[in-house]
Design a protein. Structure first.
Length: 202
């Protein structure tokens, strides 16, 4: 609802902005989701709905919750343009999102993008949930072979846009950024009690 409201505000003010809402497949089982699609369609709101369909909501696979494993179908009754893509192919995600944003900026909104992927870990914590029967090791291994970062690396190397040395350098730089952030967080003092309401608005 917030993304639709922000998009509608932008439209009424002729700001030319696009609002983006990211959510998981479990969200499509909430009433406010369908209300948001309806309102966005009725007012042709420039909002991009991006569903990260990782096939799990909490501890349940989508096949245990819905009759179909694709959720882009929910856009059809509202006459919202919808596309289902491989969410682990970063080039495809970028291409389709870019096209969608172009359409939205030209008044062809809203747009529904379903990116199908897989959740490697459990709903809470680092567990894979194989030991408790929530998923199969074979499925997890299959999806790990489709790791989006690994696939992007292969694509960049095969197209000769990057070398192995470039990738190694990028990884080292990222590692250093994370390490520096961690060290700074450890060294930073705890916030003072009078800061408690600094960013709370009521």
């Amino acid at each position: 609802p917030i993304a639709v409201g922000a998009g509608l505000t932008s439209k009424l003010k002729n700001e030319g902005r696009v609002s983006v809402s990211y959510f998981g497949d479990g969200t499509t089982e909430e009433g406010t989701f369908h209300e948001s699609l309806n309102l966005a369609s009725f007012y042709k709101v420039p909002v991009l709905f991006v569903c990260e369909n990782n096939l799990f909501s909490s501890h349940m696979h989508i096949n245990e919750r819905q009759p179909f494993d694709s959720v882009s179908r929910f856009a059809i009754p509202h006459k919202i343009t919808n596309v289902t893509i491989d969410g682990n192919d970063l080039n495809e995600v970028f291409k389709v999102a870019e096209e969608a944003i172009f359409k939205l900026r030209n008044g062809e909104g809203p747009f529904f993008l379903e990116a199908v992927t897989y959740r490697w870990r459990g709903h809470v914590g680092p567990d894979e949930n194989i030991d408790v029967g929530l998923r199969r090791k074979e499925d997890l291994n299959l999806w790990k072979k489709r790791d989006p970062i690994g696939r992007l690396e292969v694509a960049l190397l095969s197209s000769k846009k990057l070398t192995k040395q470039n990738i190694k350098q990028i990884n080292n730089e990222i590692e250093q950024i994370v390490k520096n952030a961690w060290l700074q967080a450890i060294d930073d003092p705890y916030p003072k009690s009078d800061q408690l309401f600094d960013t709370v608005y009521y």
